[in-house]
Design a protein around this ligand. Structure first.
Ligand SMILES: *[C@@H]1O[C@H](CO)[C@@H](O)[C@H](O)[C@H]1NC(C)=O
Ligand SMILES: *[C@@H]1O[C@H](CO)[C@@H](O)[C@H](O)[C@H]1NC(C)=O
Ligand SMILES: *[C@@H]1O[C@H](CO)[C@@H](O)[C@H](O)[C@H]1NC(C)=O
Ligand SMILES: *[C@@H]1O[C@H](CO)[C@@H](O)[C@H](O)[C@H]1NC(C)=O
Length: 625
């Protein structure tokens, strides 16, 4: 039987006898792509629903060439078991399900040439022990040292097909183990599972960027390629969905694969959490209002598509009252109109904001007033029909709009001598095309209601509440485009410049003006990998839009000014990284005394318990004249 098979195959094949190392080669794409091979020998290390994994019995000594390969074929493995040594032929294929992904090298249309023996020992290779440690900073030689460099998508892995450098680059490292059966020792979950139950982990190898919660925070030129995704188990079991950042996980054994835009380990069976992070929620902020101009508290919270009918009003209110200690003014983003995603002409959010204010009151908080400027219907992006916008909640007993004169949706605000605002509140350059399908920043000027006599100068401050354009269209950090596409970055650069110039106008008229800008900038920043700690000028923004913002406006990054621990600067989890999309920048008059905290009420709990996808932040500032 085996002889007949061998002969048939020998006739049909192009008679290329090859090792698995030769098939994989030292690059991303196989030199045998599209060719038929025969006489490939290996031991079966794992079986999955659609194929099996084969490890070479004739390995080379080149760390770049993987010694294992995926054999794709639904019925091929029916009579084969893990531990069988076989000789196989077939076609070498590079497969991807989407043109923005990397390719996985496979042997498909497999034909069994011979079963040599059974019951061979199969040991998983322990990452960091039997292999090197994964690189900790860079993903690809094609990134020019920075996954956020602009312009991005300057080259494609699938075209450049660089020679692997597994000691330097994360993608190269994981590619050099493609198909390999590996063990991750002492894994720690880095983020929550995605919609498919896949979870990012790191094992007991060298890590950079570890925060106090045991997640990995992204820093300048260090986007944590040492993390690996744990995908669907090979035996059909399901990974837990309640995993949290920092949870300890039992050792994981599985095969290295690539699918849906990421290298991943497909575990032989579902992973188990052995120790879950506690307490689930952080401590409430220590920053409380002094009730006077010398200690105004400012909250900022992306409330994630809040409509009047949203069920998360009470939970948001509890965060605001119990964890943010009811700040004097709150910059909110993603407030939807009064009938949410119903796609009609309604743009007012009065009911949505009243509902939130009432929920805060019910939760034991103060009575907030609010102000916003309605967008033009369907022009500001976000969920269709929702008309998300930024808005302010404020304590009318303590602060009020200074000479209120609300602008309309299309009125461009201006800085007048004083300085005062032409519209209070009003939007920045709302007809500028940089804001297409995005939120226009909301500028306001405030006065602290004090018991001072009328002879004294009023305590005035300015605020700019931003929610810059979305990152839609971004490509995966493990994707084909290098550096990866940072969707919407060009818009955000222009948005930054427009907003920064507006702030500059205020500060040109009064260099001592007290200006607070905050919100969802949709760009990460954080400590520089090369940053010098504790220097006087700690500006740690590292993505182009934020660099421009700080440079033009002259504002100071509140994280740096408040000396927040570098790796604790995060408000959002995305893929493997804890990262900061929500920022506050303040003028010199405020920078010296600013106190600031990110309150991790949403990044810490499990997915089902988070109230928004962003953490809120709170600051305390001296705005006295
Ligand atoms: C198959 O490979 C083995 C070594 O792995 C070699 O001895 C043998 O000659 C090869 N057979 C053919 C037909 O190439
Ligand atoms: C498995 O073995 C059975 C019985 O020998 C045979 O009928 C069947 O064709 C084999 N399946 C494959 C996929 O080789
Ligand atoms: C919303 O409230 C503002 C301020 O109280 C008011 O001027 C405006 O007319 C209200 N809009 C609607 C649609 O009720
Ligand atoms: C990257 O650029 C190539 C053209 O070189 C294009 O085909 C591809 O769609 C781009 N990728 C993304 C994710 O935009």
């Amino acid at each position: 039987m085996a002889n007949t098979l061998l002969r048939l195959v020998a006739l049909a094949a192009t008679a290329l006898a090859t090792t698995i190392a030769e098939i994989n080669g030292a690059k991303f794409l196989s030199p045998f792509n599209g060719q038929t091979v025969s006489n490939v020998s290996g031991i079966i290390t794992a079986k999955g629903p659609d194929g099996l994994w084969l490890r070479s019995t004739t390995p080379d000594r080149d760390e770049r060439t993987s010694e294992s390969v995926y054999v794709f074929g639904r019925t091929f493995g029916a009579n084969l078991t893990v531990g069988d040594a076989i000789v196989v032929g077939g076609r070498i294929t590079e497969f991807r399900s989407n043109r923005d992904y990397l390719y996985l090298t496979e042997l498909d249309r497999p034909v069994l040439e011979k079963r040599i023996s059974s019951g061979n020992n199969v040991d998983a290779r322990v990452i960091g022990k039997d292999t090197r440690d994964p690189p900790t900073e860079q993903y690809s030689s094609l990134d020019g040292g920075d996954v956020f460099a602009v312009p991005n998508n300057k080259s494609l892995v699938s075209v450049a097909n660089p020679t692997l450098e597994p000691r330097k680059y994360g993608l190269d490292f994981w590619e050099s183990l493609s198909g390999e059966l590996v063990t991750v020792r002492k894994p720690v979950a880095l983020t929550k599972p995605n919609n498919f139950g896949d979870t990012w982990v790191a094992g007991n190898w060298k890590l950079t960027g570890k925060n106090d919660r045991d997640g990995l925070t992204m820093t300048d030129k260090d986007a944590n390629p040492e993390a690996i995704l744990i995908g669907s188990p090979l035996d059909g079991t399901k990974n837990p969905t309640t995993t949290k950042m920092g949870d300890d996980v039992e050792d994981i054994t599985g095969v290295v694969s690539y699918a849906f835009g990421f290298y991943r380990i497909l575990p032989t069976t579902a992973y188990k959490v052995t120790k879950s992070q506690k307490p689930v929620l952080p401590k409430p902020t220590k920053l409380e209002s002094s009730g006077k101009c010398d200690g105004i508290t400012v909250g900022a919270y992306n409330v994630e598509n809040l409509a009047a009918s949203s069920s998360h009003h009470p939970a948001l209110a509890a965060h605001i009252v119990d964890y943010l200690k009811s700040p004097d003014i709150i910059f909110v983003q993603e407030v939807q109109d009064d009938n949410g995603v119903t796609n009609d002409a309604v743009v007012s959010a009065n009911l949505t904001l009243t509902t939130l204010a009432n929920a805060i009151r019910t939760a034991g908080g103060p009575q907030y007033a609010f102000t916003d400027v309605v967008p033009v219907d369907d022009q500001d992006g976000g969920a269709p029909g929702g008309n998300i916008r930024t808005a302010y909640l404020y304590k009318p007993s303590l602060i009020r709009l200074y000479k209120p004169n609300p602008g309309g949706s299309l009125d461009a605000n201006e800085v007048l001598n004083g300085p005062t605002l032409k519209y209070n509140p009003g939007r920045i350059d709302p007809t500028n095309e940089a804001w297409t399908a995005s939120r226009k920043p909301l500028v306001a000027q405030w006065e602290v209601i004090s018991s001072k006599g009328s002879s004294k100068k009023a305590d005035i401050f300015f605020t700019v509440n931003v929610h810059f354009g979305s990152k839609g269209g971004s490509s995966s950090l493990h994707g084909d485009a290098r550096p990866p596409v940072n969707g919407g970055v060009d818009d955000r650069i222009t948005q930054s410049v427009l907003t920064a110039n507006f702030v500059k106008d205020i500060l040109t008229k009064d260099k001592n003006a007290r200006v607070i800008t905050a919100g969802d900038f949709n760009e990460v920043s954080g400590p520089s990998a090369l940053g010098i700690r504790n220097t006087l000028i700690e500006q740690f923004t590292f993505v182009e839009p934020l660099e421009q913002y700080v440079k033009i406006s002259g504002l100071k990054d509140a994280d740096a000014a408040a000396k927040i621990e570098e790796l604790e600067r995060y408000t959002y989890l995305f893929d493997m990284n804890a990262q900061q999309l929500d920022h506050m920048f303040v003028s010199d008059a405020l920078a010296k005394k600013v106190k600031y905290e990110h309150v991790h009420v949403n990044t810490w709990p499990e997915f089902a318990a988070q109230v928004s996808d962003h953490d809120p932040s709170v600051a305390r500032l001296d705005v006295c004249a």
